[in-house]
Every structure is written in structure tokens, then in C-alpha cells.
Write a protein that binds this ligand. Structure first.
Ligand code: GLU
Ligand code: ZN
Length: 280
């Protein structure tokens, strides 16, 4: 079996990331599997190489050794583009030129990531240059029929990707989006157990659909509780969560921090939430 930790280098890691990495690492070790480190750095505007260097030091400091070399999502853009072409050839993607503001103004339903795309471009001619490409989820589901996926904690789930509406699979500026890249990479990396926070539980509905459409192997999932602030909100750098790098440089003991997380011992002001917290 294989697990992975897949941080995005758009800011420093904090205790919530340490917990996520520990779950992936310890689950792999307990089951005699491999633990992969994948850097999700396709967002060129927000990704910074300095953060990657810190991530490697942070994980070593926590005593979480990964197997093999870290892999970089940005090296795989051509495989994402190829999958996009396949989905286009299947008639499942359509170009969309709507702006965020236009969508917000026209939307009437809200999903896990905010306003649900109202389908404006689905049936109108749009020049494909400089467009994002959306998945026609209704058409895709009609093709695959009902799908299930299994979370080791929450049990068997009927896939309901429609809760996101027609998600963007190829961004205007990039031949991928989080959903497409993460799903393809989990297949490429041979991940058999996708461990990640409860905030990404809803995303697994979309990933299950993409696996069915692209003929990818279907992993099992394990969505773990999130570390939250006293007010129930997810830890975030912008709300002052101390970075692992800062604690490391201040001479704190990373191994002791990892052991405390294993024991469920959290600093004052932090707790675990079992609920689904949607990424803002
Ligand atoms: N790169 C994502 C993040 O840092 C995690 C993706 C995943 O675990 O599927 O939030
Ligand atoms: Zn549109």
C-alpha cells in the first residue's frame, strides 16, 4: 500500500500539516507500505521554491521520512493536458469564459467551494482560446452511472460530484486544476490510500468520477479530523498559526511535537474537528 502527503508550496507548513503528514506516514509504516511526498506546485503564481526547501527540512525534523525522491506536480503538466484532451474528445468538457464576479452574480446555489457555476457557457458558443474548461458533470454521470467510494472511517459513499456543479478541470492559465492534477497524480504515484483532511472530503466525489471517466485505479480514502482554532476555524497562516519552520529554527523538538500529535495532545487553543470544514 502507498500513502502520500501532498502540500502546496504557497506558504509555510503549520501544525495542521504536521498532523496530516504524520497520519500518512504512520499509516504507511503500520501497514508495511510506502509514504510518498508530492509537492503540488502547479500554481506558478503562488508556488515558491523556498517553501519546498523548508518542507523537506520540516518533515525530517518531525521524523517523518518519505520513500524515494519527492515528486513535483509541475513536472507532469503534459500528462494533465493529455487527460484533458481525452475528456474533450469524449464530449465531456466545454469552454467557459465567465469571470468569478459574473459567476457570483448569476449563482443561486452554493456548494463546498462557494457559488455553484450556473452553467452559463454550457449551451452557448464560446471561443476556446483563453477559456477555462469545465466538466459537464450531468453528462459525465450519465456515462458512468452510479459510483461509490470508500472512506476507511466514514464508510461507503455514493458519489455525488454534482454538489460542486460543473467544476473547472483545465484552468485558463494552466492545463490542469487541483481536481484533475491530484487525481491523475495519485494514480501515477500508485497511491492506494489517499489520506487528507476532512476539508477535502467533498472533493473525493469529483475525484471518484474522474477515475471512472479516465479508467484510473480507485484508491481507498481516509479523511482525518482537522486541527482547528478555539473558534472552530481551520488553522491558517493568515490567522497567526505558527509555522513549523519557525518552531524548528527556535530549537523546538520536532520528534516530541510529532509524538504529541500522535497522542492527540494539542497546544491550548487548538482542538480537533470531526466535521467537514470547507476550504474558504
Ligand atoms: N495540495 C493540497 C493542499 O495542500 C492537498 C491535496 C490533497 O491532499 O489531495 O491542500
Ligand atoms: Zn461560463
Amino acid at each position: 500500500m502507498r500513502t502520500r502527503f501532498a502540500p502546496s508550496p504557497n506558504g509555510p507548513l503549520h501544525l495542521g500539516h504536521a498532523y496530516a503528514a504524520m497520519v500518512a506516514h504512520d499509516t504507511a509504516r503500520a501497514r508495511g507500505g510506502a509514504f510518498i511526498l508530492r509537492i503540488e506546485d502547479i500554481d506558478g503564481k503562488r508556488s515558491r521554491a523556498e517553501f519546498v526547501d523548508e518542507f523537506l527540512l520540516d518533515l525530517a525534523w518531525l521524523g517523518l521520512e518519505w520513500d524515494g525522491d519527492a515528486v513535483f506536480q509541475s513536472h507532469r503538466l503534459s500528462s494533465f493536458a493529455a487527460a484533458g484532451e481525452r475528456l474533450k474528445a469524449m464530449g465531456l468538457l466545454y469552454p467557459c469564459t465567465c469571470t468569478r464576479a459574473e459567476i457570483a452574480a448569476a449563482a443561486t446555489i452554493y456548494g463546498p467551494d462557494g457559488p455553484i457555476y450556473p452553467g452559463t457557457c454550457r449551451h452557448r458558443p464560446v471561443a476556446p482560446d483563453n477559456a477555462a474548461w469545465r466538466l459537464d458533470v450531468g453528462r459525465a454521470m450519465a456515462l458512468t452511472g452510479p459510483l461509490e467510494w470508500i472512506d476507511e472511517v466514514a464508510g461507503s459513499q455514493a458519489a455525488t460530484p454534482e454538489i460542486f456543479g460543473d467544476v473547472v478541470l483545465l484552468r485558463k492559465d494552466l492545463p490542469a486544476s487541483y481536481h484533475l492534477a491530484a487525481t491523475l497524480d495519485d494514480a501515477t504515484d500508485g497511491v492506494t490510500l489517499v489520506t487528507r483532511g476532512m476539508d477535502l472530503f467533498p472533493a473525493s466525489h469529483v475525484h471518484r468520477l474522474l477515475q471512472a471517466l479516465l479508467g484510473l485505479p480507485v484508491p481507498t480514502w481516509l479523511h482525518h479530523p482537522l486541527l482547528v482554532e478555539a473558534d472552530g476555524r481551520k488553522l491558517a497562516k493568515r490567522r497567526g498559526a505558527p509555522s513549523l519552520a519557525g518552531r524548528r529554527r527556535a530549537g523546538e523538538n520536532g520528534l516530541a511535537i510529532a509524538d504529541a500529535l500522535r497522542a492527540g495532545a494539542l497546544p491550548a487553543g487548538l482542538s480537533f474537528s470531526q466535521g467537514v470544514h470547507h476550504a474558504a
